[in-house]
Design a protein around this ligand. Structure first.
Ligand code: NI
Length: 200
């Protein structure tokens, strides 16, 4: 085969390979992104609930999940938001309440022990499940939910630090997929209205 022909043949094969690769790239993402505009929030997690049971996201499938990240030492934001969640749960009625698991996930794993979490969640609602874990487990779950949190020095706080954190309440569907979120300060009635609309 003349040298020129070999160069043309090799060149054509390279172009073909690039074309196939490009085509595969345009098709591949369909199973990792959701419908257009739906943010990728949520995913697999492994933590420990406030009763000491090892749990994962799979334990909560089949029900809606209401997920809030915070910490028990939080002076006001978290208690306010957990009260709003509890109020909304009371408004939606028992039938809907049975189809939803409210989760309070600590973002302060160094201080929030299982025992502390157990004592804390019962102040708010009997359905509320507190989740604790290792620093790594919490970091991983926070990342999948795109939650911001940061340890900041504060001499007036216990142990000399507090946690900066975002305060969204995420509603996930029965397959663990993001449905919507509620901003901090959403009233119990507004949250209940939103839950009813999303669940029906
Ligand atoms: Ni807080």
């Amino acid at each position: 085969m003349p040298r020129k022909a070999i160069i043309v043949l090799v060149g054509s094969l390279v172009v073909l390979a690039i074309a196939i690769f490009a085509l595969a790239q345009t098709r591949a993402p369909s199973n990792v992104t959701t419908q257009s505009g739906t943010p990728l929030i949520g995913g697999a997690f492994e933590l420990t609930d406030h009763t000491g049971k090892q749990v994962s996201d799979k334990d909560y499938l089949g029900k809606f999940m209401l997920v809030y990240f915070g910490f028990t030492y939080c002076p006001d934001i978290c208690p306010t938001e957990l009260q709003n969640i509890a109020g909304a749960l009371d408004i939606i009625g028992e039938k809907r309440r049975k189809q939803i698991t409210p989760l309070f996930v600590t973002i302060d794993p160094e201080r929030d022990t299982r025992e502390l979490m157990a004592a804390y969640v019962e102040n708010f609602h009997p359905d509320l499940v507190g989740l604790v874990g290792t620093v790594e487990q919490i970091k991983k779950m926070g990342k999948t939910f795109r939650v911001y949190f940061k340890k900041v020095a504060d001499k007036d706080s216990p142990d000399g630090y507090t946690m900066d954190h975002s305060a969204f309440v995420f509603l996930m569907d029965k397959k663990g997929r993001y449905l919507r979120h509620f901003s901090y300060g959403t009233s119990p009635q507004k949250m209940a209205d939103g839950l009813i609309k999303a669940m029906d």
